[in-house]
Ligand binder design. Structure first.
Ligand SMILES: Nc1ncnc2c1ncn2[C@@H]1O[C@H](COP(=O)(O)OP(=O)(O)O)[C@@H](O)[C@H]1O
Ligand SMILES: [Mg+2]
Length: 407
């Protein structure tokens, strides 16, 4: 299994692409996106509707099969697309056919090089398929070893009357570990709290469903967890036996959060969790997420369509446009020195609190045809200064660098 270890990186999205459709009708919903989310931080992913934010989130949790690229979670590769490798092989095979016909002196050498590279890529595909399929097995093995070690030590030191209880607990945890998937450590919170909750299930059933699927049978433990989660998200125990339609939008979103948090995830992907809510209760939900981050040490990938929401909440921000990540920086840095014209246009859309300055606020519109010089060069994601990257051409890159130095 390929391990990429960085101490503080929890999620690493590496050249991830997700295309829908085939042939001439390909929709590049996510195109070669790379970013890292560090432990304990809130990473904001921002961009207008349809730019590929939800698809990015859903590909990370393996709801879609990635076209190409990888996702590493806690050092393990959980998503591994093979499209880029296959494309390169196709390209190399074509080249091989051309070379076979040519009488060029260097052809034999290049042919050999092509064959070597194809072998390398086939190996990569094998590795990717293995990781995609077996990341859970490896994770389970590690979990079981950890539980065994923990409980064996406890049991060795326990008083005789506690031994059978500890053994029961150990068996229960081992059973759950044998069913746990690595991706259950990533939970998603959805935009629409009405559509994402089953109307025929009580709050108790909604919150406990994930635990039951995982193999938890202890009724008391489940009840305790449900109540604890209701406390955590600011609802009361009496709410447990009601149905989603009996709640307001904000309360439903709290139920959605409880359903995710009960799985004790390390990472929460919050997909526009407040967009469908009343303005007056948005801050409450943000505060709740912030509390969870502090008390439970959770990391949050926060998806939003405008920058005003993520401004005070995110440590770092990635800006997406039409499937591409166009800019990435620390929050403060992004607001102080936005470089990409699309980021500038997003910033100009934020209303200002002061009525005098608000009156004079000029809304900048992004027009890719006017805002970039016409060229055949494919823009690449480049680091302009430490921690601040922009998708740009070489010429733009030089200009941005100069701009940063001057500011
Ligand atoms: N299952 C799908 N099949 C085909 N196209 C899709 C699918 N899901 C999303 N898309 C398209 O991919 C693009 C990105 O969508 P999405 O990730 O939902 O954007 P966002 O969440 O940023 O609003 C959109 O153009 C959307 O129409
Ligand atoms: Mg979306």
């Amino acid at each position: 299994m390929s391990d990429e270890k960085h101490d503080d990186v929890l999620l690493k999205v590496d050249h991830l692409s997700m295309y829908f459709g085939h042939g001439t009708f390909v929709k590049k919903a996510v195109n070669d996106v790379s970013f890292e989310v560090r432990k304990g931080e809130v990473f904001g992913l921002v961009g207008e509707s349809g730019c590929g934010k939800t698809t990015t989130g859903r590909t990370i949790i393996k709801l879609y099969d990635a076209t190409s690229g990888s996702v590493y979670f806690d050092g393990k590769r959980i998503v591994a697309g093979t499209g880029a490798y296959k494309d390169e092989i196709k390209h190399l095979r074509k080249r091989k056919r051309e070379l076979a016909k040519s009488s060029d002196a260097n052809a034999a050498k290049e042919l050999e090089e092509c064959a070597r590279r194809i072998g390398e890529l086939q190996n990569e595909i094998r590795k990717a398929k293995y990781d995609h399929k077996h990341c859970d097995d490896e994770f389970r093995k590690e979990e079981k070893a950890r539980i065994n070690e923990e409980y064996d030590a406890l049991i060795a030191e326990a008083k005789p009357e506690d031994v059978s209880r500890l053994q029961r607990e150990k068996r229960r945890k081992l059973r759950i570990a044998s069913r746990t998937k690595l991706v259950t450590q990533i939970q998603m919170i959805y935009q629409d709290p009405v559509a994402s909750l089953d109307p025929r299930m009580t709050v108790r059933e909604i919150i406990s469903e994930g635990l039951i699927v995982q193999g938890v049978r202890d009724k008391k433990y489940i009840t305790d967890q449900v109540y604890e989660m209701l406390d955590t998200v600011g609802l009361v125990h009496e709410h447990a036996d009601r149905y989603p339609h009996e709640f307001s939008g904000g309360q439903r979103q709290r139920i959605g959060i409880a359903r995710s948090v009960v799985m004790k995830p390390k990472l929460i992907i919050a997909d526009e969790p407040i967009s469908a809510l009343d303005v007056s209760i948005r801050a409450q939900v943000i505060n709740l997420l912030n509390e969870l981050r502090e008390t439970m040490g959770m990391t949050i990938l926060f998806i939003a369509h405008d920058l005003s929401v993520v401004k005070y909440f995110s440590n770092r921000i990635g800006v997406m446009y039409f499937g591409n990540l166009v800019e990435l920086a620390d929050s403060d840095e992004l607001f102080r020195h936005p470089l990409h014209p699309y980021t500038r246009s997003l910033l100009s859309a934020i209303p200002l609190p002061d009525p005098d300055t608000e009156k004079n606020r000029v809304r900048i519109r992004y027009n890719p045809l006017l805002d970039h010089e016409r060229t055949d060069e494919e823009p690449l994601f480049r680091e302009v200064c430490p921690g601040h990257s922009v998708r740009c051409t070489m010429k733009e890159f030089e200009a941005y660098k100069k701009q940063v130095e001057e500011e």
